[in-house]
Ligand binder design. Structure first.
Ligand code: GLY
Ligand code: MN
Length: 477
């Protein structure tokens, strides 16, 4: 009796210990990522005030700039989407609330007896609303955040008399108008836009966004030192997410489990979340450029295109790696991978001041064309576009596809370099190439000399990726 009792206790203790151990294993696996050191720098009112000053310096006489915040979008019934601020509005104010409007004049103007060169309209604090949807800046908070003195509750705009008779040019951002609960008096974004249009129309002026786009792009395309700090942080966090994936990727995992791992690392490392929906596209899904369903199982022998970016203080990273699910690329996968990697290196060499924005793409295109012919995947030059279907670069910053003039490259600009080859099933080539989809993307900083690869914290060479994945596999066994 005593013996069986003891045995039972031993069994219970053993079961509890192994349960605890398995919990620890799961936790260790979950938490096995190196935390990115916290960044203590923040974008402050001086930064936003300086951006407004730089904008004013570019304005012709007799002009006004009008920048609207993003609207709060409704997801369904009374539930809202997470709020994402309009990047132009954020760049000039630092405010991350909906229902706001910024006005900047090239010369001081008198509005209802007060002289000003800029005015900001924000939502007044509403304790009831704050109880439901969170703290609001209110007038004083908006002054502090933006460094502006003339800040008004947005419902006051309707009755304000703006001296628009002397204005010749109106520059606006690409605002988004959503249906309003109270388009007349609510003071929400929709009513601000409507009242603004009416006031301008009375002065024979129009609210057209494209006139402002180049002006804003010209300022935003080259990054200031503080912006680069934010971008380095979002890139470092994204690198850590990649390392976590490399450490934990195994066949039979699902794409959404990989996505969950990535987004866990983003948030756990202090990012606001994803700068765009994460793309985890295995096997044939890799041929869908913006695949975000992330619902399939990872199959041994397949590759997985992972195109992801953290967002940190508004700034985006955008990095892609194509990983072998089983830890080793097949011979055909290696050949195409090396070609895309070579194209990325060539394009990066041409990403220098003085070259036109499209030169890196043209050089990547040429490299891929020559390689596809050599591998026998295409016969004619004109077939390249069937397999390399997108541009190589875009600007990166507050937007993933950031504002920029797409003219000549200049120091301080951050762009992506992301060639890709996609060979769908049924393509007119040897079936051994079918369903090989590869994209490799780095974020680079244009300098006076060679471009700096900001995302080289995550390797892209075949041997390095395989070594990391094999090493991890061995240590997990
Ligand atoms: N990261 C997605 C894209 O550049 O389109
Ligand atoms: Mn990209």
């Amino acid at each position: 009796m005593l013996r069986s009792h003891t045995l039972f206790i031993v069994f219970v203790l053993y079961a509890a210990a192994s349960w605890a151990q398995s919990r620890i294993d799961v936790q260790e696996r979950l938490f096995r990522f190196r935390e990115v050191p916290e960044l203590t720098e923040e974008l402050d009112a001086t930064f936003f005030a300086n951006n407004r000053e730089r904008l004013r310096d570019t304005l012709p006489d007799s002009s006004v700039v009008i920048v609207f915040s993003a609207p709060q979008k409704r997801r369904s019934n009374d539930i809202e989407y997470g709020f994402h601020q309009d990047p132009d509005f954020f760049y000039f104010t630092g405010i991350r609330e909906p229902n706001c409007m910024l006005m900047m004049f090239s010369e001081p103007v008198q509005v209802d007896g007060r002289w000003m060169r800029e005015a900001l309209f924000v939502e007044d604090k509403d304790p009831k609303k704050e109880t439901w949807t969170g703290r609001m800046l209110g007038i004083e908070g908006a002054k502090e955040q933006s460094g502006m003195l003339s800040v008004f509750p947005n419902h006051e705009f309707k009755l304000m008399k703006l001296p628009l008779d002397k204005i010749k040019h109106v520059y606006a951002n690409e605002y988004q108008q959503v249906e309003s609960d109270d388009p007349e008096d609510g003071g929400d974004l929709s009513s601000l836009i409507n009242h603004c249009r009416t006031k301008l129309e009375r002065a024979n002026l129009e609210l057209i966004h494209y006139k402002g786009e180049d002006l804003f792009a010209w300022l935003r395309q080259a990054k200031q030192p503080k912006e680069l700090l934010m971008m380095r942080q979002s890139i470092d966090i994204t690198c850590e997410a990649f390392h976590t994936v490399i450490d934990n990727l195994t066949p039979k995992m699902t794409e959404y489990q990989v996505e969950a791992m990535i987004e866990y690392v983003f948030r756990a490392s202090g990012a606001e979340g994803e700068a765009f929906p994460s793309i985890v596209a295995s096997g044939k899904n890799g041929g869908i450029m913006h695949y975000t369903a992330n619902e399939d199982l990872l199959i041994p022998g397949d590759m997985v295109v992972i195109d992801i970016g953290a967002q940190y203080q508004g700034y985006a990273a955008d990095i892609t790696r194509t990983l072998p699910v089983s830890g080793k690329y097949s011979e055909e996968q290696k050949q195409v991978y090396q070609l895309v990697l070579d194209a990325k290196k060539v394009a990066t060499r041409y990403a220098k001041p003085g070259y036109k924005f499209w030169i890196p793409h043209e050089e990547a295109y040429r490299t891929i064309g020559k390689g596809l012919i050599k591998l026998g995947i295409i016969k004619e030059w004109r077939e390249i576009g069937d397999y390399f279907i997108h541009g190589t670069s875009h600007y990166l910053g507050l937007d993933v596809h950031d504002a920029g003039l797409y003219a000549s490259l200049k120091p301080g600009e951050v762009i992506t370099v992301e060639p890709g080859v996609y060979i769908p099933e049924g393509s007119p080539c040897d079936p051994k190439w079918w369903n090989i989809h590869i994209r490799i993307e780095d974020d680079i900083l244009i300098t006076e000399g060679e471009a700096e690869i900001l995302s080289d914290c995550i390797p892209s060479e075949i041997s390095e990726i395989e070594a990391l994945m094999q090493g991890e596999r061995a240590s997990n066994e």
